[in-house]
Design a protein around this ligand. Structure first.
Ligand code: CA
Ligand code: CA
Ligand code: CA
Length: 315
């Protein structure tokens, strides 16, 4: 009889545990997290990882001040109401969810994350090797060696991330960013109202052919780069005009759009003397990569509540 009574009390205690004792809140704030075009880029979604499973903390966009806002041009979300269980979360992640997302699970595209160690969790870009990436740099030359048979005098129309003598890799300290990300080189025309990017192909390492080699006819040195020449199907670009920047981005796999992703670790204007001297891409991870803070507030630690409930049931 005593055993049955205890069993019933434990059952009652377990039932009580399932009811949140207090409303929990999650607050989010960001730096350098871009406002999304919701009709083409989708929305951000927060996730608390509890017992290894993602629990959604809600979808949002961000405003220019880095505050989360309601989708559809709504107001600032001062805090997200969330289940008490997130008081037990091991990490917080922010995903990018596609337009018209109907899947309740997180997309594979996690942009920010951080391990929960206290009520305040620092969020950083979810790219492997971020510490090493902050030390990356590089140089390039202007050259179009792959079409010299048809045009030996157009070297200002091609860019190669290599250094002479050698050639050796021009990009330095690039971390292995794993299967979920790729590097992509770009030249970006910044002379007009908005930047116009032209891809140079994707790659995993500083040495080796990139995804499209020199252009439509292939060839070129075994390093990331591109010949923006007529022989390679164009566009024909005058890269030392002072109108172009060289940029290395990090793109999700699969890519979520044709343009550069929000992670642009290396960039620099292509100088007008680059034909003679080459140029450099500077590190802008610290200045441009998104960061954030997640605050988990008002929670009653679930483990403690459960334990005290259980202890009470044995008295
Ligand atoms: Ca040439
Ligand atoms: Ca290429
Ligand atoms: Ca892209």
């Amino acid at each position: 009889m005593m055993i049955l009574r205890k069993a019933l009390l434990i059952a009652a205690a377990v039932l009580a545990m399932a009811v949140p004792a207090a409303a929990a809140e999650l607050t989010l704030s960001f730096n350098n997290l871009p406002t999304l075009n919701e009709s083409t880029e989708g929305l951000y979604e927060g996730w608390a990882i509890v017992d290894g499973m993602p629990v959604s903390t809600g979808v949002f966009n961000v405003n220019g001040a880095g505050e989360p806002v309601m989708p559809g041009g709504g107001g600032v979300i001062a805090s997200f109401p969330v289940p008490d269980s997130i008081g037990m979360s091991s990490s917080i992640k922010i995903s990018l969810e596609p337009v018209g997302d109907a899947d309740p699970a997180p997309s594979g595209l996690i942009v920010l994350g951080g391990d929960v160690e206290s009520e305040i969790t620092a969020l950083t870009a979810a790219v492997p090797g971020l510490d090493m990436l902050m030390t990356s740099g590089g140089s390039y030359i202007l050259a179009t060696p792959s079409d010299n048979a048809v045009d030996p005098a157009n070297d200002d129309q091609g860019i190669w991330f290599l250094a002479m003598p050698g050639p050796v890799a021009g990009l330095t300290n690039l971390p292995d960013i794993g299967p979920n990300w790729k590097y992509e080189s770009w030249v970006v025309d910044v002379s007009g109202g908005g930047p116009v990017p032209y891809t140079g192909g994707t790659f995993d390492m500083a040495a080796g052919l990139d995804s499209d080699e020199a252009g439509c006819n292939g060839g070129g040195p075994p390093f990331p780069g591109q010949d923006y020449t007529a022989f390679h199907c164009g566009p024909v670009l005058d890269l030392d005009s002072g109108d172009f920047a060289a940029v290395i981005s990090i793109e999700p796999v699969p890519d979520n759009g044709p343009g550069p992703f929000m992670f642009k670790p290396l960039a620099g204007m292509i100088p007008t003397d680059a034909l003679d001297n080459g140029g450099m891409v500077g590190n802008q991870v610290a200045d441009t990569f998104p960061t954030g803070t997640a605050g988990i507030l008002g929670t009653v630690p679930v483990a403690e509540t459960s334990w005290s409930s259980l202890k009470a049931s044995f008295r």
